[in-house]
Each structure stands twice: as structure tokens, then as C-alpha cells.
Design a protein. Sequence first.
Length: 237
Amino acid sequence: MKYLFLCFFTISSIVAIQLPHQFSTNHSEYTGSELDDMIEIIDEQQLNLSNWQTTIKETQKINDISSFKKKLKGYQLNMVENDSNIKYQSNTQERGGINETVLIVRTSSEKNTYKIIYTISSTDTTTEVLDIYKNRVDSITKVLFTENAQIFSCVEAWKSGIIDIVCFIEFVKKSLDMTIIDEIKDSHFYSWTGFTPEWDESLIQDTEEFNIQIAVREGIGDRTTVTIGTPILINEY
């Protein structure tokens, strides 16, 4: 199989996939169904949620950055300039149990090209918090992004001791009608890349379509950590 599982993400680090690709997406009103499915798996497997996060990114040509920033009502953007680029970054906004940040990076001064990255996260999964999340993502998507935006969501959870790896991945496969494309098995680390028809967005690599990645790591203290997420392509800046 030519497909190579290049990386797996955690909440705190997202690594670039530097390969030729196609990105398939279908944006309308944001439903958050992917995150709902991930949280449901965590709950049904009786895992302890550490946190969840959604990141939206897109590169756009912005001729008037001042007017563009005015769309971000309620966010205070601070400009940071160095030899390589200019960044506009918001302080973390905590609203109703949810944290939000916005980052705008100029990638080309001649072409007025900017990379826009919006991140929303929480450690809470109450109905109220998830409703706020969906409303915020739907609103920010309509204001800042186009249909070309890439959306990445993931959850991180843990359980004391070890978990039955075989039963866990079989449960995920059945719940999401997931087809496994690639997997890695190490002594204390397991990861799977696959495709589920339940989710709208996907990546295509070497003619293979995938939209879900899962990792299980044993032996961090007395815990087993589980991460479930959708892939995203992020170039370094």
C-alpha cells in the first residue's frame, strides 16, 4: 500500500501532511455531527474526556485587512510583525465554558494573501456548551470563511489502566461504518486511518479517501489515552 500514515495529532499539536491531495467538502449550515459522533463514542466506551477542539483554516486574498478585521466583532486582535510575516492574533476568549482564538497570518505581502485559523475548544460536553459551539462555528464560518475552508475536529480522552484495543476499534468501526485504510501497531501505541460515510469532509491520497484518524497510547502514567479526529492539512508558517 502506497499510503503512508505520516502523523497523528493531539489537541496541542497538529502536524502538516506534505503530500499531493484533494480535499472534498460540503459546507452549508454547520451541524457539528463529526464532533457529536466522537463524543458519543467516548461516552459509550466510558472514557474520561480531557478536551475537544475544532480548528477551521483557509488561505484567502484580502485586499483590505482593516475592513476584514472589522468582521471580528468581540475579538481584540494584536499585531505581531517580524522579518518573515505579519500576524494578527486574538487573546483567548472564554465564553460559556468555551475557548476561542483567531489567528490571521500574512503569507504574501505582494499578493495580499493571508492564512486564517480559528480554533474553538472546551472540556465540557453539556448540551448548552455544544449548542453554543455549533452556533459559534456556524457564525464564524459564514463571516470569515468560504466553501474552501478546511475543518478539523478531535477529542482526547483517557481511562485508568488499559483498554481492550480489539473491542474498542471494532466498536468504532461498527458505530461509524468505518473502513480501515492504514494502521500502525507498536508495543504501547496503536493508530488507524480510515473512512466513514457518516462524515461529509474527506481527503484523497493516492486514490484512497479518508476522513478519520484514531490513536491509542498505553502507559502514560497509569492511563491509556485515546484521540479521535478528522485530518487537516496545515502548512507551517
